[in-house]
Ligand binder design. Structure first.
Ligand SMILES: Nc1ncnc2c1ncn2[C@@H]1O[C@H](COP(=O)(O)OP(=O)(O)OP(=O)(O)O)[C@@H](O)[C@H]1O
Ligand SMILES: [Mg+2]
Length: 379
């Protein structure tokens, strides 16, 4: 059992500014929680407070029903893996991994069994006699994780452990970490500013900005129901497209009108609420690249596509394999990206007509930047 609860945790390094503010989160046993957000948003600070490497200015940290604010790091029973893996250069891989148990005076036989097991899981058995200097980045990374596993901690804390690796190794380690998590059913807290890593690894993502949690939920929920404009733009690659505009009443319901005058019909279920509350306010429409339809994909017989047209001029086209990414320019909104089937016709500088899947778009209050239809998540 290892459950972590943070209650209104704050951190101030100096008396002027919060590095982390009102951070409240419950981490259940076996979860793989990701702290994600831009540089300086407070990810490492939060992790270091959990580890006990940084004092908590206010708030409470509970580990397995014990208040841990003032518990020494070594007594918290957590294992931390840093970006710069702390290996002992003069010791072999085997001894690096065995070290934590040797100082605890665990019997040799037991240590050996555990080292062999962990090395198998991580695919580093053949490296046990080497010294860290002779290893590649990815191998060192695995040894560092191996040393962490040996301690059988209540939770693993990892701060951008893959950021020193090249793209290919990173992708490979991502898969391995995910498998490791399943095999150990351990609680993991993992810091990254890479949203792909966050989406693929996490059972829960905590999106942070300026020291505040913006949203904490499953990757799917964060992607499909972003709480605000920041989360919507941060999660997803290429990013969600944003269009400024206003709500206009029509005979049947309401349109979203871009500054260029282009009108997109809003589905009935949302038209009413928008008309009521946002008629004279600025609204931002968010459309993910995959929520554009082209002439070949717009096939719903019930849909009136003529009321969902967005025209643009192609500025770039990228082949992704099965799909193409089109970058287009709209008269008032500027550049936007659309993910379309590879058969889609269109070359640079061509005019292109796209349809917006209006059932799957998002509406944000331009002033508060909140998702107008967000109804709260799990936290
Ligand atoms: N030891 C420190 N003393 C003073 N300010 C600090 C200290 N460590 C971090 N900060 C400040 O606290 C804020 C949060 O920093 P933190 O290192 O937690 O960010 P981060 O999200 O991990 O960023 P990155 O992605 O760049 O690692 C930043 O504004 C940073 O300047
Ligand atoms: Mg950091």
């Amino acid at each position: 059992m290892s459950e972590l609860i943070l209650k209104n945790v704050c951190k101030m390094y100096d008396k002027k500014q919060y590095a982390v503010r009102d951070f409240s989160l419950k981490i259940e046993d076996g979860e793989f929680v990701i702290f994600v957000g831009p540089s300086g948003c407070g990810k490492s600070t939060t992790l270091r407070m959990i580890a006990g490497l940084e004092e908590i200015t206010s708030g409470e940290l509970w580990i397995d029903k014990q208040l841990c604010n003032y518990v020494e790091p070594k007594d918290r029973d957590l294992s931390m893996v840093f970006q710069n893996y702390a290996l002992y250069p003069q010791m072999t891989v085997y001894d690096n991994m065995a070290f934590a148990l040797q100082i605890r005076k665990v019997p040799k036989k037991e240590i050996d069994k555990k080292v062999q097991e962990a090395a198998s899981v991580l695919g580093i058995r053949h490296l046990l006699k080497q010294r860290p200097g002779a290893l590649s980045g990815g191998q060192k990374q695995r040894v560092a994780i191996g040393s962490a596993i040996m301690r059988e901690p209540k939770a693993f804390l990892m701060d951008e452990p893959l950021s020193n690796l090249d793209a290919k190794l990173r992708a490979q380690m991502r898969v391995e970490l995910s498998e490791l998590h399943k095999r150990l059913s351990a609680t993991m807290i993992y810091v990254t500013h890479d949203q792909t890593e966050a989406m693929t690894l996490g059972t829960k993502i905590v999106v942070m900005k300026d020291g505040f949690i913006q949203q904490a939920d499953t990757p799917k929920a964060v992607y499909e129901h972003p709480a605000n404009l920041f989360v919507a733009g941060f999660i997803g690659s290429p990013s969600m497209n944003f269009f400024e505009g206003s709500i206009r009443k029509t005979d049947k319901g309401a349109d979203f009108v871009l500054e260029s005058g282009t009108a997109l019909e809003i589905p009935e279920d949302r038209a009413f609420a928008l008309l009521n509350e946002y008629r004279n306010k600025k609204v931002i429409l968010g459309v993910r690249p995959e929520h554009f339809l082209s002439e070949i994909t717009a096939k719903d017989p019930k849909a009136d596509y003529t009321k969902r047209v967005l025209n643009g001029v192609i500025t770039t086209r990228e082949m992704l394999g099965a799909e193409s990414m089109f970058y287009l320019e709209e008269a008032s909104a500027g550049e936007f990206a659309a993910r379309l089937p590879v058969e889609t016709k269109g070359r640079t500088r061509d005019e292109m007509t796209l349809f917006v899947d209006m059932d799957r778009v998002h509406f944000f209050d331009a002033e508060t930047e909140h998702n107008i239809f967000y109804r709260g998540g799990q936290q």
